[in-house]
Ligand binder design. Structure first.
Ligand code: BT5
Length: 246
């Protein structure tokens, strides 16, 4: 137990992926179990992408969540983005949220979130909410990612204590989790919006790798947490997934 007696924390040295472990063992794991590893051999992003996951004292964490009310599930990625940005800021570093699942520092990705559902007979039982945060990633590894990437140690100019960060993240997540289950996006809307910098701007959206980028004006985040954009012919459109290109 690292933080709180109600949160079982399973720690592994190496896993293929903390999310895969959470999904494979979903039914046997208690609600609110945290699964962490020092290293992942097959860290996953969305759409079959890879998450670079070497053993450099980073965060690879998955939370197994089985709330009674399932409406909130669609907002848990945004909630974890908000909590993560807040924890990063406790190190004196400004963090920005990029819809739908990234946290950025200096415009570069420092954390990514992958939320996967567990279904039984086509009925959703809950999710495995996984996050990777670069805490102590060496510069050459960051450069090898191929997309702009950041690490907290480089931004803060010092090594980051992994357990301290992990504890803060898990603690802060569960501090308001019940409220989020109950009220959804409105439970953390203001905290989320103050870290969103792309509203009012022209953004590109790519629905999947290799697809053409479409340009829109980002208008607002609606009451359920979805991004609403304006198309070139003036119509409004709600964006549920894909990649935002700032
Ligand atoms: C994500 O996907 O950002 C979700 C990442 C989730 C990782 C966690 S780690 C714990 C848990 N277990 C798992 O197996 N996964 C979760 P997406 O939005 O598709 O972004 C993936 C893209 O981010 C890649 O194609 C790279 O361009 C970039 N990327 C990969 N590794 C990175 C890293 N360490 N830091 C920054 N960017 C990275």
């Amino acid at each position: 137990m690292l933080t709180n007696e109600q949160i079982p924390i399973l720690e592994f040295e190496t896993l293929d992926s903390t999310n895969t472990y959470g999904l494979k063992n979903f039914e046997g794991l208690a609600d609110k179990t945290a699964v962490t590893a020092l290293e992942q051999t097959n860290g996953k992003g969305r759409f079959d992408r890879k998450w670079v996951s070497g053993n450099f004292e980073n965060i690879y964490l998955s939370l197994v969540l089985k709330p009674e009310k399932k409406d909130c599930l669609k907002n848990l990625t945004q909630y974890l983005c908000t909590v993560t940005a807040n924890v990063i800021e406790s190190y004196g570093i400004e963090a920005e949220i990029k819809y739908p699942n990234d946290v950025l520092v200096d415009g570069k990705k420092i954390a990514g979130i992958l939320c996967e559902s567990f279904l039984k007979k086509n009925v959703i039982q809950g999710v495995v909410l996984g996050i990777g945060v670069n805490l102590n990633m060496p510069l050459d590894v960051l450069d090898s990612i191929g997309q702009p990437a950041a690490s907290l140690n480089l931004a803060a100019g010092k090594n980051i204590h992994r357990y301290e960060f992990l504890n803060k993240l898990i603690y802060e997540f569960f501090l308001n989790y019940d409220k989020v289950v109950d009220k959804g996006f409105s439970a953390f809307r203001d905290e989320y919006l103050k870290r969103v910098k792309f509203l009012g701007k022209t953004v590109g959206i790519r629905q999947r790798d290799g697809a053409q980028k479409e340009e829109y004006q980002a208008l607002r985040i609606d009451s359920s947490g979805c991004l609403v954009v304006k198309t070139t012919d003036g119509a409004e459109k709600t964006i549920f997934s894909g990649d935002l290109i700032l």
